[in-house]
Design a protein around this ligand. Structure first.
Ligand code: FCB
Length: 483
């Protein structure tokens, strides 16, 4: 019998051992398009990511999710791997076009059967299934009808949420509506480095609002279908934004990016209103009249916890004549994902970087968690993603040694522990990712897994970090390495 993510009593601080609270949720995470493959199997129809990845020039090396890690056929093996790791929870997403092809009408039983069998196998192993409804794979037909910039897409999403909860609500207790709506809106419709690849700043802002609305309507639909003890949440990639200097111009640049990255979501979702400074900063692009009466109340639904994804901090300044918006770590495009903030420059934070070029900085996670606890004191937090890509390879002994990933995880888990000791209500941690997988615009060139995937054969090889993570979970504590 598994239990939903729950309140846990902090353990006393012990800098030598760093023990986590009893009952802390240790998990791992994936997303449907990144691992499943079987793109045209059992009635699944294309999503925007199928279309995008099949468009020449969009994804590195022309990679697609057609086969991916073939999890759709190898899921039993993957559940065994998780049982060996000893995780208490697994966060995965449902493929919308597998469950409800074209995004309208009845569910496809074969698609649901896949998730029924997967969740049954997880529950048998004592692993709590944590379902994300939307990890970026909008049915292509809904994009053809206008996609997230259109209000009707929010209604389609609520229908899909109801149908998924009806089918799986007897076995899934923990539900996350959206994964990182910032990426869906601003990378999908602003910079175009994610599907559907549009580059229209106003469409991006409209998409952000309709994603918020979709979340609010979906939470209402979930609560209507699910038993009272079920949990509903959303996962945000809250950017930990730092100003390059303390000058008023740089501090203001950080405020603007914080509004566009974070408060455009936390405002309506957690406080029931859009921040005034955001409306003001974007006023020359739109009057936000797509926000109708009653929308922010519909978006502002009680949540059981907030899911937080963290990889690296964001360092900004006022642009001082630099060309373009600089690299913000979200892929290269001539179009900015930051509507109305063309005068903000992005800088690479100091320190080592991962294979993504992202700075390794656990202090960003600590600062983010303590800030969220200060801003939303009653809201429990769950780290729904954290991890790193490195250039892993199989050595002649057939093993994958990844000391850099172990150091990354050690540092970030120490930051989580420090936040818990400081009184932040962090209830769980999900390592991104269980398996190497399709890393969106980077295709298979970036490996985030604790388990290595040999793509030509599909063979899985747990990396040294997988063994390290299993030890952490078993001990419910971090080994005593220097930070
Ligand atoms: C997050 C995504 C996830 C994965 C990691 C590296 O933004 O949610 O699917 O791509 O980044």
């Amino acid at each position: 019998m598994t239990t939903a993510i729950r309140r846990v009593a902090p353990a006393p601080y012990n800098s030598a051992v760093r023990r986590f609270p009893q009952g802390f949720t240790w998990g791992t995470a994936t997303a449907a398009y990144q691992i499943e493959g079987a793109a045209a199997t059992d009635g699944r129809t294309p999503s925007i990511w199928d279309t995008y990845s099949h468009t020449p020039g969009r994804v590195r090396n022309g990679d697609t999710g057609d086969v991916a890690t073939d999890h759709y056929h190898r899921w039993r093996e993957d559940v065994e791997i998780m049982a060996d790791l000893g995780v208490s929870a697994y966060r995965f997403s449902l493929s919308w076009p597998r469950v409800q092809p074209t995004g309208r009408g009845p569910a496809v039983e074969k698609g649901l059967d896949f998730y029924r069998a997967l969740t049954d196998a997880l529950l048998e192993k004592g692993i709590e299934p944590v379902v994300t409804l939307y990890h970026w794979d909008l049915p292509q037909e809904l994009e053809d009808a206008g996609g997230w910039p259109e209000r009707a897409t929010a209604d389609r999403f609520a229908d899909y949420a109801a149908l998924a909860a009806h089918a799986l609500g007897d076995r899934v207790k923990t539900w996350i509506t959206l994964n990182e709506p910032w990426c869906s809106a601003f990378l999908g419709y602003g910079s175009g480095v994610h599907a559907p690849g549009r580059t229209d700043p106003v469409a991006a802002l409209r998409a952000a609002h309709h994603l918020n609305l979709a979340h609010g309507k979906a939470v209402q639909a979930l609560r209507a279908e699910l038993p009272a003890h079920a949990q509903a949440s959303v996962t945000l990639n809250i950017h930990h934004v730092r100003a390059l200097t303390e000058t008023a111009e740089d501090v203001d640049a950080a405020r603007r990016i914080d509004a566009l990255a974070n408060r455009v979501f936390t405002g309506p979702l957690l406080e029931g209103q859009y921040p005034q400074d955001l409306l003001h900063d974007t006023a020359r692009l739109t009057d936000w009249s797509f926000v109708r009466d009653g929308d922010t109340a519909a978006i502002h639904q009680p949540l059981d916890f907030l899911g937080v994804n963290y990889y690296t901090p964001t360092l900004v300044s006022a642009a001082r004549g630099e060309a373009g918006h600089g690299s913000d770590g979200h892929g290269m495009s001539d179009h900015s994902p930051w509507p109305g903030a063309d005068d903000v420059a992005f800088h690479r934070p100091p320190g080592n970087t991962t294979a993504m070029g992202w700075a390794v900085d656990p202090s960003g996670l600590y600062d983010l968690l303590t800030r969220l606890a200060a801003d939303f004191p009653a809201m429990p937090l769950v780290i729904t993603e954290n991890g790193a890509a490195f250039d892993d390879y199989v050595n002649p002994e057939g093993e994958v040694a990844d000391p850099d990933r172990i150091a990354y995880l050690q540092g970030h888990l120490a930051a989580v522990h420090r936040a818990i000791v400081a009184g932040v209500d962090v209830r769980g941690y999900f390592l991104w990712s269980l398996l190497d997988n399709f890393e969106w615009g980077y295709g298979y060139s970036k490996r985030f897994g604790a388990v290595y995937v040999d793509y030509p054969t599909g063979t899985r090889i747990p990396k040294s970090s997988a063994r390290w993570y299993a030890d952490v979970i078993r001990a419910n504590a971090l080994p005593t390495l220097p930070e």
